[in-house]
Write a protein that binds this ligand. Structure first.
Ligand code: DQA
Length: 142
């Protein structure tokens, strides 16, 4: 029983970037906290972050059939990437999109998600907790 945590560009800068928007937790803390959260339910967490769109496409392809679910914050690629939309659609593994911030109360270019229509669901604006909620959804079979 495995889950995959995928994070897109600039998420490696958590803890430094825009703390008012994203909070002060780091990517390492997020990965550690989510791993111990899912382990309580007998799941193992793999985690991958990349600043490169194609690497995220490749990781999605490699994840096909390997995980109960994928918790994915595509970050800025959310708003631009048809390639990530198609990769999510191409694999049989369900994906829940997570945004730390409430993208709907920010700039209008963040209001559209290219990737969400290919996802099972989306969680926005709940900070680090959003990742735990997505994991809970997979653990409880939605
Ligand atoms: C984000 C929101 C995106 O608009 C932004 O580009 C990010 C992070 C979030 O988690 O709130 O990098 O995905």
């Amino acid at each position: 029983k495995k889950l995959l945590l995928l994070n897109g560009p600039n998420i490696n800068m958590l803890g430094k970037r825009d703390k008012n928007i994203y909070g002060s937790f780091t990517l390492e803390e997020l990965e550690r906290d989510l791993a111990s959260f899912v382990e309580k339910s007998g799941y193992h967490l793999d985690a991958f972050q990349s600043n490169h769109e194609g690497d995220l496409v490749d990781r999605l392809h490699a994840a096909d059939g390997e995980y109960a679910g994928i918790i994915f914050n595509p970050a800025a690629y959310t708003h631009t990437s048809i390639a990530l939309h198609d990769a999510i659609e191409a694999i049989g593994t369900p994906v829940i999109e997570v945004h730390i911030s409430n993208v709907h109360k920010r700039e209008s270019f963040r209001h559209v998600s290219m990737t969400a229509p290919a996802c099972h669901g989306q969680i926005v604006g709940l900070g680090k907790q959003g990742y735990m909620l997505a994991a809970s959804a997979f653990i409880n079979n939605f």
